[in-house]
Design a protein around this ligand. Sequence first.
Ligand SMILES: *Cc1c(COP(=O)(O)O)cnc(C)c1O
Length: 361
Amino acid sequence: MTKRIFNFNAGPAALPLEVLSEIQTEFLDFKGSGMSITEVSHRSSWFDEVINDAVLRVKRLLNLGEGHEVLFLQGGASLQFSMVPMNLLPDDQVADYVNTGSWSVKAIREAQVLGKKVRVAASSEDRDFNYIPKNVDFHADAAYVHITSNNTIRGTQWKSFPNTGDVPLISDMSSDIMGRTLDVAPFGLIYAGAQKNLGPSGVTLVIIRRDMLERVPDTLPTMLKYTTFAAKNSMFNTPPCFAIYALGLVLKWLDEKVGGISRIEEINQQKAGLLYSYLDESDFYRGTAEEEDRSTMNVTFRLTNESLEETFIAEALANGLGGLKGHRSVGGCRASIYNATTLEAVQALVSFMADFERRYG
Ligand SMILES: *Cc1c(COP(=O)(O)O)cnc(C)c1O
């Protein structure tokens, strides 16, 4: 018997069991090709179908029209910290960034490394990034406004997006893309490393509004230009074939098995609600994010007696609940409950937490 744990990893993270089984079933002979998906040519009709289906599913799930390009890139979300300003921020213009934690800090730093002009339009650093700034000082002349929609490490999430008028919003959505309904209209570009909510690591989803492609300077290296990949259906060079294939299966699962994003949003709210209401009731545990801004994807918490945290994490793992350690930069505990984490897993976690509280409280 294969042993599976309840997986609360922040990323790479849990994948739907149905998807893993499907990969296993067709791993040695992909669609009658007599080859594994890891062995077929990216120029074959087999792979063409895989990538086209993945693009279509992204478009369908997010209601994208003809105005958007869907790209599958490499280099992780981290390369987007550089590609976004390289491609979309001319040297004589300024971009507004909102600083809501480590990933925003890195995005800002990479723009600055390039010598670009960056304005920090708002920050939640004053209270240890435990909230989302409400009054953001946007400038109408900004080339774009960059935000991190969900802060994986601090457990905060933008519940509604700022109105930036004609200035395009750009968001790092690595840890909540497809976890809730989304109106893409205000966004010039959205990016997400796949390994949180979409699939395995190795591919980054980029959704770019077509008019943004006009900003891309000719002088950039070919491999760093959005236009290169937009012109070639993400296949200018060999794409991360396996990761795109697996991402496509996750989206098929979301679309056909779950019933789409509005359904998964309900389930995610139920999961997060269960966990947060337990944290709120208990004096033994406490959530670290401000209530109105807390994430439905990454639930960060501390034990009131912090010296018990190590035991809590170790005992949880011994009970089949993995990945509950907080990010190394902040400590504490974190349960990442992305789309593929089931309600059953969250119920098991809450009942373990209650048991632990009884024994050590
Ligand atoms: C994980 C994460 C990243 C980094 O992703 P890589 O693909 O490892 O570069 C960036 N932003 C957010 C919000 C993340 O959660």
